[in-house]
Design a protein around this ligand. Structure first.
Ligand code: N01
Length: 531
């Protein structure tokens, strides 16, 4: 393929990349999207495991940039399943004629900033690109984590990773299956796999909190109500700390009576899903309040699971919410089935994977399929796995070795004209991702337009502002209970990764901050720096 030149190259054709393409093209820029997969969808293309669905209601987990789109589209369920979300994204691509500027099966191999020419030189698996701007729309949870289990390459059965699921549906009927990990992906897939498999072995290192989704067909009255005031509904949600409806509670768990608390927790358990953490304002701020919610959930696990030993193993011991809370359909109930066995990896560590299964705690498990539900190198992995070089050949991977620093999750020092969507230091994974990424797409597009209108060629963040910002990100987290356990929010699921809290907590102050930065001609960013 011959060298292609353009204003903006976008990496990734998921929710962010699609909207970036639409927005930037409408503003008159030449823009293309490159996508490693053979089709669009990003997260919703790769995560096709059984039971995959969103856990923020679809009326919220959807684009709002086009009023006609949000009025026209009809979700069939409260929390839509992966195939429907993918169908929605395909509809968006067709509706806004996006496909003609997306190159599929195209992997970015390297991206190097040429300081003299002030542009990005990007090598892809299908040829070279030169672009004034490069935007990483690569997702927060898109670089699968495959632990280095001894013997993994020897396994001859069907090896699967929830984050890289095959496009053709996998049928486990009659099979013996092992799944390693008990995070959101596993918690969604276990009840579905358990219905198919002859036997399912679940290998758990850390028990996790999960709240029932109470999913069901879309309530037509609720849909009509939301659609009658969609922009106001979106705005109200955005004013909550996490940008999600139902999280605006102000009363404190520590001040409520036992009976009040029980009633409220029960209500939130039955109705609110992720919003369970919004039952009281102090649940994520105060350990004592948090323990009240945590012990309520542990009590529910013991009510649901028949075998007391299994119930105890499934009862999480850490602060609720400091690992991403899960939302399920029949997760704890699945352990009442005769064909599901829970294995505690703390007392039975995996010795090795064999050609036909695994050995854990000296017990051998022969399995037809082995599923790794072991998560992602979150927030930074998708970028550090690409060879990105900024000023003076500095590598992004090297620069982020001791902790990912970014100004507002949008720009990185030494990497001019490179923007990140929902990067480290922004609310991203601690918010409703879709409005968060829309906010970033709009901010980035306006910034590039402003540069065009004001004859600016190069924008970059400085070390000083991003250091100051990441200190603030961590100071905010210090006022909460988020840092009190190992989680992918703080890099502790990946051995070689710096242990630093990455998302910014608080949608309203963050939105105010980036709006102010833009209004003050991108205060904190430097334009056309000379060496
Ligand atoms: O990954 P995870 P995930 N040996 O990191 C275990 C989003 N998401 O793919 O906790 C043994 O949460 C690990 O154990 P431990 C959502 O934001 C959303 O499930 O580290 N076990 C853990 O149990 C979510 O948080 C939805 O002790 C090992 C599991 O693997 C994020 O994606 C659905 C291990 C990994 O859990 C990631 O979820 C799905 C090892 N060496 C995902 N290494 C929605 O509902 C790891 N584990 C929208």
């Amino acid at each position: 393929m011959s060298l292609r030149k353009m204003d903006v190259l976008v990496v990734g054709a998921g929710f962010s990349g699609l909207y970036l393409l639409h927005k930037l093209r409408s503003s008159g820029f030449s823009v293309a999207v490159v996508e490693k997969a053979d089709q669009l969808g990003g997260t919703w293309h790769w995560n096709r495991y059984p039971g995959a669905r969103c856990d923020i209601p679809s009326l919220q987990y959807s684009y709002q940039f086009d009023e006609e789109l949000q009025q026209d589209w009809k979700w069939s369920e409260k929390y839509s399943a992966q195939p429907e979300i993918l169908e929605y994204l395909n509809h968006v691509a067709d509706r806004f004629d996006l496909r003609r500027d997306i190159e599929f099966n195209t992997e970015v191999i390297s991206a190097t900033f040429n300081e003299e020419r002030c542009l990005w030189e990007i090598k892809t698996s299908k040829g070279d690109v030169e672009a004034k701007f490069c935007i990483m729309a690569t997702g927060c949870l898109s670089a699968p984590n495959t632990p280095d289990f001894e013997g993994l390459n020897d396994y001859e059965g069907q090896l699967l990773h929830t984050g890289k699921w095959p496009q053709t549906p996998v049928d486990f009927t009659g099979e013996t299956v092992a799944i390693i990990g008990t995070g959101s992906s596993s918690i969604q897939s276990i009840p579905v796999i358990a219905e198919q498999a002859k036997h399912l072995y679940v290998f758990q290192r850390t028990a996790n909190y999960s709240i029932p989704s109470n999913n069901g067909p879309m309530d037509p009255d609720e849909e009509a109500l939301v659609k009658s005031r969609y922009p106001e509904f979106r705005k109200e949600n955005w004013e909550n700390g996490f940008g999600i409806a139902g999280l605006e509670e102000e009363s404190l768990a520590t001040e409520a009576s036992d009976q009040e608390r029980q009633e409220k927790f029960n209500h939130h358990w039955e109705k609110e899903g992720l919003g369970f953490l919004g039952a009281y304002a102090d649940l994520m701020l105060d350990k004592e309040a948090n323990e009240l919610a945590a012990s309520f959930v542990r009590g529910k696990v013991k009510e649901i699971v028949n075998d007391p030993e299994v119930a105890e193993l499934l009862s999480p011991k850490f602060t609720i919410g400091c690992k991403r809370l899960c939302v399920d359909t029949g997760y704890f109930e699945a352990f009442n089935r005769d064909n599901v066995t829970l294995i505690d990896l703390n007392t039975n560590p995996i010795d090795k994977i064999t050609d036909d299964g695994l050995i854990a705690g000296q017990e051998e498990y022969q399995v037809d399929s082995l599923i790794l539900a072991t998560g992602f190198d979150a927030m930074t992995g998708a970028m550090t796995r690409i060879d990105i070089k900024g000023r003076k050949g500095i590598s992004l991977k090297e620069q982020w070795k001791d902790g990912a620093k970014s100004y507002l999750g949008l720009g990185i020092s030494n990497f001019p004209n490179l923007f990140t969507v929902t990067g480290p230091g922004s609310p991203s994974v601690l918010s409703n991702m879709v409005p968060s990424l829309e906010l970033h797409v709009e901010w980035i597009s306006q910034c590039i337009e402003w540069m065009r209108d004001n004859n600016k060629t190069v924008i970059e963040s400085t070390k000083a502002v991003e250091e100051e910002w990441m200190i603030f990100v961590n100071e905010v987290a210090d006022q909460t209970v988020y840092k009190s356990c190992n989680s992918w929010y703080n890099g502790s699921n990946i051995d070689e990764k710096a242990k630093e809290f990455l998302p910014f907590i608080g949608v309203p102050p963050y939105t105010e901050k980036i709006t102010e930065v833009a209004e003050q001609n991108y205060q904190g960013f430097v334009f056309d720096k000379t060496n």
